[in-house]
Design a protein. Sequence first.
Length: 253
Amino acid sequence: MGNGPHLCFLHGFCEDSTIWENTIHYFSKKYTCISIDLPGFGKSINEKLGTITELANHVFQILQSENTEKPIIFGHSLGGYVACEYVFNNPHNFSGLGLINSTSLGDDFLKKENRKKSIDFIEKHGPNDFFRLFIKNLVAEDNQSLIPENLIHVIKNTPKNSIIRGMRAMLNRADRKHILSSIESPVLFVLGDKDEHYPKHEILNQASICMRSQVNIIKNSGHLSMIENKADFQKAIQQFILFSESIYAKRDQ
């Protein structure tokens, strides 16, 4: 969809590519936008969800089949983990990395233990109670009404196997913070000011070790900044695209 420089958008856990609809509608007027349903979710619900490395390889294969040239890769939450792995495996096949409500860090001990407990609970009792809490925690407390009905439908229709495999993939993913200091392309960090998934100091610390970074704290936003504050989110993305383009324009001179 669209023309011009390539932008790739990866959704988060139990989501699908529709979370990017507003973003793509805005940017497809100037850029070629590609959104991918990761295996186990959305239109790829029947594909087996493997490791984060396998998901990154899947993204690479799709981008190659679409003749995508050095895209800027934006990943939300789980999609950010996949984007970091993509960059680690393909350091010359991207022009910018955008971590949207996400991190390059692996899970710490507490997060690993919490994921294990969630897996055990879902295996024994099913996903319904998990869905209720998961949906509630996606947005800031005052933004519950902003969660699109179609997203709720997508989440609730995520297969139990995809939930468990996704949690295991996130639990076992490698820490990729070390790549940030060696990436010449710019790195974007977007965080909602009310997002409790990732501490602000961790995000700022990661940004500080990048050669080139941009940080945007989206006001009145939890974990779905692209939906909770669409205008500010799109401004942040536009700034980053221009930032990335300016870097590559200087290289080409």
